[in-house]
Design a protein around this ligand. Structure first.
Ligand SMILES: Nc1nc2c(ncn2[C@@H]2O[C@H](COP(=O)(O)OP(=O)(O)O)[C@@H](O)[C@H]2O)c(=O)[nH]1
Ligand SMILES: [Mg+2]
Length: 351
């Protein structure tokens, strides 16, 4: 028991030191790499099947006749125990630790999967593993002491029955974890630790075009568990620093009141990601939204993201140029785009 406590703490310590290395969370790459290592999770029936097949295949070399039945039975019980135990252990270990992942991902997973439910299911797997290990150990002890062939066989059968019924109790947890795994695997390749510019504004104001113009390569479309539309991510470099530009279709383009709970959470998660918001306005109103309604969205965003500075930009100056102090660009012609980039970079550097 002492040993177990000691081990748990040492794991915690390593995690703690790791998480605080350079005073940051584990690197994004580390998280993404490990996310992809979550093995596919078998159903309760498949685990039972796998364990019993292993038991069937067990070969025991027994010298002499003494305790032959005991040795075979024990080997079979152990094969079942080890198969189940190592599968469940692998599943539990392969999920990311929710205490150390960046807050953006925490909220993302919480909204799309539910961190509490995930913890509960992982706990259920641990419970199942320990229970089966205990039953196996008791069974082995009983078998070891016996000289009665029938009794040995009965103990073995009883163990098989009990362990499959214990596994069946976590059937729903296994299914849940498999669904969670699939969601975790589709996590967008967004790097919370990179300086991040989030582009906002009503639909059709020119956000996507701006992301393309700012980014050095074609922006990648990543899936975002909250919206049907993919999130678009571009990058550019300035003085050796990689900046990330993100367009969030469907999220920061409508008034907040009209949001369902999931969208609200998705929007909140962006708080942990955005270092600066560029709000694009289309004064030509060709986008189909009046200036009034665009400015209402802007004021909503300012309320939601109080702590994040918002740069207001008027796009489509090739059509309409207002007499305002806002920065003006044409994403179509490229006018002002490089200057906007410089403004954004110097703002981010000032933070
Ligand atoms: N004239 C003009 N059209 C633009 C400009 N920027 C974007 N557009 C057009 O506006 C439409 C919507 O642009 P898009 O980037 O898809 O807007 P989003 O919905 O905000 O991502 C497209 O037809 C663009 O070609 C601009 O600076 N000038
Ligand atoms: Mg777009």
């Amino acid at each position: 028991m002492d040993n177990i406590i000691y081990n748990d703490f040492s794991v915690l310590w390593v995690g703690y030191i790791f998480a605080n290395y350079r005073n940051s969370y584990p690197s994004q790459q580390y998280i993404l790499d490990n996310m992809y290592k979550i093995p596919s999770i078998l159903t309760a029936d498949e685990i039972i099947d796998k364990a019993f097949k292993k038991a069937k295949k067990v070969q025991v070399v027994v010298k002499g006749k003494s305790k032959k039945d005991n040795k075979i039975a024990i080997a079979k019980v152990k094969a079942v125990k080890n198969t189940i135990s190592s599968s469940l252990n692998r599943y539990v270990k392969s999920f990311p630790s929710f205490d150390t992942i960046p807050p953006f991902y925490y909220e993302l997973f919480d909204a799309s999967i539910g961190v509490d439910a995930l913890r509960k299911s992982l706990g259920a797997l641990d419970w199942c593993r320990k229970t089966i290990e205990n039953i196996a150990d008791e069974t082995v002890a009983k078998i070891r002491r016996s000289d009665n062939r029938e009794y040995i066989k009965a103990q073995r059968t009883c163990f098989f029955g009990r362990s499959s019924s214990v596994i069946k109790q976590i059937s729903k947890d296994l299914d849940f974890l498999n669904r969670a795994r699939r969601k975790l695997l589709s996590v967008p390749e967004i790097y919370p630790e990179k300086p991040t510019i989030v582009i906002a504004g009503a639909p059709n104001v020119g956000k996507s075009l701006l992301v393309t113009q700012i980014s050095s390569a074609k922006p990648k479309i990543a899936s975002y568990p909250f919206t049907t539309k993919g999130i678009s991510v571009g990058h550019f470099e300035s003085e050796g620093i990689i900046y990330q530009v993100i367009d969030t279709p469907g999220l920061l383009d409508r008034e907040m009141e009209k949001r369902n709970e999931m969208e609200q959470k998705a929007i909140l998660a962006l708080r942990h990601l955005a270092n600066i918001i560029v709000f694009v306005i289309d004064p030509s109103e060709y986008c189909g939204y009046t200036m009034d309604s665009q400015l209402r969205i802007l004021s909503d965003i300012k309320t939601r993201f109080r702590e994040i500075s918002v740069i207001e930009v008027e796009n489509k100056v090739d059509i309409v140029k207002l007499d305002t102090s806002r920065f003006k660009i044409s994403a179509l012609r490229g006018d002002g785009v490089m200057e906007l980039k410089d403004i954004v970079v110097s703002n981010l550097k000032g933070m």
